[in-house]
Design a protein around this ligand. Structure first.
Ligand SMILES: [Zn+2]
Length: 262
């Protein structure tokens, strides 16, 4: 779960769709499972767990997140998030600089799971059903079960997409190990594009770090350029993701970040 640093509200966002604003501000990915959301997203108010109206508002902005339909479904089923749930705009949900509450791991069968490392993380995985919802029961009102299974609502795509991202990340980590010089720079740019496309940022961070142990690779491929320090209260304010696929990402998860274990 990519930890987020929310850019300040822009007045022009008031005329726009709330889910678009959430994606423009924080990236076109589900804030919970990290799947890419290039076309549609569900706007969600993480404070009270409701689904805001169509237009973005400055009042809702501090708690506004974009979710995929599956995470939104799970959140809806569970009601408002319990106080112990980790939320990416409040908590350091994923880090390589210290023990991470949420880890990403692949088992011998190739399945990639979100692994909770403490009680709060466990609540979070359950709340969003991050390791997958069971196929929905067609129910007695469905006549044509085969047709039902072809509908988008039947299978939860998140675990499969997470596995695909892991495979891509592994492939590119291997390419990085074999490259040097200028080729390395080109490869890093490619990794950034592919990761933006597959989504599952935490999977990319996990695999690239396990394979390469190179914080510069993570920074170049998975973070926007560091904002120049400015005087005043907005010195650490993030730029909206509209300017960079992974804009709106916190920086203190990086190995070697201030306060981290290196
Ligand atoms: Zn999701």
């Amino acid at each position: 779960m990519r930890p987020l640093s929310r850019p300040p509200w822009r007045p022009r966002w008031a005329e726009r769709d709330a889910s678009e604003v959430a994606r423009y501000g924080l990236g076109s990915f589900c804030a919970a499972c990290e799947m890419p959301l290039p076309q549609e997203a569900v706007a969600w108010h993480a404070g009270d767990g409701y689904f805001p109206g169509r237009r973005a508002t400055i009042v809702e902005w501090p708690e506004l997140l974009a979710l995929c339909r599956r995470c939104a479904h799970a959140a809806h089923e569970h009601g408002p998030p319990p106080p112990e749930a980790l939320l990416p705009h409040r908590d350091l949900t994923f880090t390589l600089a210290a023990p991470s509450p949420l880890r990403y791991a692949r088992d011998d069968d190739g399945r990639v799971s979100v692994v909770a490392q403490d009680g709060r993380a466990s609540v979070t995985v359950g709340y969003f059903a991050l390791n997958g919802l069971l196929p929905r029961d067609p129910g007695p009102e469905v006549d044509d079960v085969e047709a039902f299974r072809l509908t988008v609502d039947y299978v939860d795509p998140r675990p499969g997409l997470r596995e695909q991202a892991w495979k891509q990340a592994e492939y590119y980590a291997g390419e990085m190990r074999r490259s040097d010089g200028e080729e390395r720079g080109r490869l890093l740019a490619t990794i950034h594009l592919v990761a933006a496309n597959t989504g599952f940022w935490s999977v990319w961070a996990t695999v690239l770090w396990q394979s390469l142990q190179d914080a510069d690779v993570l920074e170049t491929a998975l973070l926007p350029p560091a904002a120049p320090l400015r005087a005043g209260a907005d010195a650490v304010a993030a730029e909206p993701a509209g300017h960079h696929a992974f804009g709106g990402t916190r920086r203190d998860w990086l190995p070697g970040a201030a306060g981290g274990e290196g």
